[in-house]
Structures are given as C-alpha cells and as structure tokens.
Ligand binder design. Structure first.
Ligand SMILES: [Zn+2]
Length: 124
C-alpha cells in the first residue's frame, strides 16, 4: 500500500498546525489513496490508533472546510483548503511531524473511503 518512491524529500519536520500541501497528482480536485500515501512517513503510518475516526463538518466557507476529527474520546480540528491541484491540510494536535500527522491522514482517508474520491470536488 505504501509507495516510498513518491515521497517528497523533506529535511525539516513541520508542526501539524501549519498548512501542509498534498499534491493531487492523479486528477484535479481528486484525492486518491495513492496521493494520501505519498504524504505520510513510515513511522506515522505504523500508529495503530485513530484508524477509524469520526468526522463531522464544523464549517464550510468557500474552499475552506473544518472538521471535528475524533477518536477514543480525543478530538482535533482538521482544516482543509481545496485548490485545483492540491489540498492544504492542518491538524490542531500541535505535533512535530515530517508530513501528515496520523489524525489528518486517517481523517482524510475516512472521508474518501466513505464519500469517494470526488468528495472534495463536490464541496466546491
Ligand atoms: Zn494531528
């Protein structure tokens, strides 16, 4: 499932609250599992919790969406900005991560798993 070859070469770790860009490599406005797997490092992918989060849309203004992203009694805010060829994503967990934190990864995974890969296109 994980494809090492497509991972960007990132030297500096980021804070999860800063926007992180997921390139939509396959098609405009379409987030695929492949795109997601290009944006998570192996250490983060091995986390076993948060694999089945509950997502609730909190706000939707233009291309900006905010979700409550909850699992096991813990809740973070997932923010997504939709652009033609990218999604900008942040999570309120305030962690140092290389790419996506596992909350954002599994949150986005849940959305495309439940609503399909055209979900973000349908939000515009
Ligand atoms: Zn997070």
């Amino acid at each position: 499932m994980h494809n090492q070859n497509c991972r960007p070469n990132k030297e500096d770790w980021r804070n999860s609250t800063e926007l992180y860009t997921i390139r939509l490599a396959r098609s405009n406005y379409v987030l695929t599992e492949w795109d997601l797997n290009c944006n998570i490092d192996i250490d983060t992918l091995t986390y076993k919790h948060w694999t089945d989060p509950e997502l609730k849309e909190l706000s939707h203004q233009g291309n900006r969406l905010e979700y409550s992203n909850a699992s096991d009694g813990v809740r973070y805010i997932l923010t997504v900005l939709i652009e033609r060829n990218k999604l900008d994503v942040s999570c309120s967990c305030n962690r140092k991560v290389q790419q996506l934190c596992h909350h954002a990864y599994y949150g986005l995974f849940h959305l495309i798993d439940k609503y399909g890969i055209y979900y973000f296109q349908s939000k515009l």
